[in-house]
Design a protein around this ligand. Structure first.
Ligand SMILES: [Mg+2]
Ligand SMILES: [Zn+2]
Length: 186
């Protein structure tokens, strides 16, 4: 019998790496972690979480860059995160106008990972800087933590009513500390 794993589905842009508004990142040289990202990953590892990155990359569907360029960015990201590991990076390549079933907040990318890795949803979290990440968690019936890096602050204002019951942290390390605190409660 295979046992279930506890996992984190973490957004990429604006949560793990820096995002500049309106800039679609496709150059590996421009990949930059937030200063607390590795400290967060260290804590996640200590807490026993398996990390997945779940990202909307509509720049592909919009014709701004290719899937190959996205993969080069991910190769760089994996290198920067060393010695911490990411189990798998999944992304939706479609533009919103393509009405696909995988763009967050649609749950398809999460459902696929849950099935493939036997993820224990009740002990797992989604973390991101946009309301679409929070809705992605709701659509998966999972808990979410919102971070205020990149889009977070604006999104928090714009969707104040919808987000009033959502746990909000300054950054990914804040989210890690919150999750640690919850674990201690068990
Ligand atoms: Mg984001
Ligand atoms: Zn898609």
């Amino acid at each position: 019998m295979s046992s279930k794993i506890k996992a984190l589905f973490i957004d990429r842009d604006g949560t793990i790496i820096k995002e500049k508004p309106g800039v679609y990142l496709c150059d590996p040289k421009k990949v930059e972690l937030y200063k607390n990202t590795k400290a967060a990953f260290k804590l996640f590892k200590e807490l026993g979480y398996t990390i997945f990155i779940v990202s909307n990359q509509s720049g592909i569907g919009r014709g701004y860059f290719t899937e190959r360029e996205v993969k080069a960015v991910h190769k760089k990201l994996i290198a920067l995160l060393k010695p911490y590991e990411v189990k798998e990076i999944v992304f939706c390549p479609h533009a919103p106008s393509q009405n696909c079933s995988c763009r967050k907040p649609a749950p398809a990318m999460g459902l696929k990972l849950i099935k493939k890795y036997n993820v224990d949803k009740d002990n797992s979290f989604v973390i991101g800087d946009k309301k679409s990440d929070i809705d992605f968690a709701s659509n998966l019936n999972m808990r979410a933590v919102m971070v205020l890096t990149a889009n977070g602050k604006k999104q928090q204002k714009k969707y104040a009513k919808d987000l009033k019951n959502v746990k909000i942290c300054l950054d990914l390390l804040g989210a890690a500390k919150y999750i640690k605190k919850l674990q201690r409660g068990f």
